[in-house]
Design a binder for this molecule. Structure first.
Ligand code: NAG
Ligand code: NAG
Length: 197
């Protein structure tokens, strides 16, 4: 386990030092904020994701209330709250919002959506009709994919409040990358050789 952690740390440090980029550490998590780096372009959601990966990072996800508040406060105090920032949140595969970088649904214990109808779609607020089934998996299956698509499919921190807002994924924005997590799953991998059928 220690080896895996060390590998993760080394790969981040190697990428960052090679490209001379500025990252910050907030509550023990390393972030790359595109606005802080004068040579970093504004990008669409997909290229922002790719850019983060090229640094060994990933688009940021907000799985706890503390993390949202910390980042919002930092961006406001640092004078970046007049810019929109891509997060890893999207609803491209289904109508439901997921954090692409962690694979998890939005945390139902808090809601930072600007628009409550988006919060309902993310499963964070109950719709008025309490008879409907709002269990995440069911929502994800039932929701029509065509109604989401690229149109308002990806989640930004929207200036100046930095609340969550779905935006067209193709629009260029600033973005926030964060360090990747090390996973400790026991994958039970089977060693094979390429010659095996
Ligand atoms: C959901 O948010 C709460 C409040 O920030 C946090 O304590 C909890 O760990 C979060 N759940 C997950 C699965 O991250
Ligand atoms: C909230 O979302 C709904 C559905 O997408 C939309 O019709 C409405 O205009 C939005 N409201 C605001 C204030 O953006």
């Amino acid at each position: 386990m220690a080896k895996i952690v060390l590998f993760c740390l080394l790969s981040i440090v190697a990428c960052i030092s090679a490209q001379r980029i500025t990252t910050i550490q907030l509550d023990g998590v390393q972030y790359f904020i595109s606005r802080m780096n004068p040579y970093s372009p504004e990008l669409n959601y997909f290229l922002a994701y790719q850019y983060c990966r090229s640094l060994g990072l990933q688009l940021a996800s907000f799985e706890t209330k503390e993390k949202v508040e910390s980042m919002t406060q930092y961006l406001q105090n640092a004078g970046y709250s007049k810019y929109d920032f891509w997060t890893s949140g999207n609803r491209l595969g289904t109508g439901m919002f997921l954090w692409m970088s962690t694979g998890l649904p939005f945390n139902a214990t808090f809601d930072y959506f600007e628009n409550s109808s988006d919060a309902i779609q993310a499963g964070l607020l109950d719709p008025i009709d309490h008879n409907s089934n709002t269990a995440p998996q069911r929502t994800a299956r039932d929701r029509s994919v065509s109604s989401s698509g690229m149109e308002k499919g990806c989640v930004i921190l929207k200036a100046p409040s930095l609340k969550w807002m779905p935006e067209d994924c193709s629009i260029v924005k600033d973005f926030i990358c964060e360090q990747t997590r090390c996973y400790y799953y026991n994958y039970g991998s089977i060693p094979v050789s390429s010659a095996q059928g």
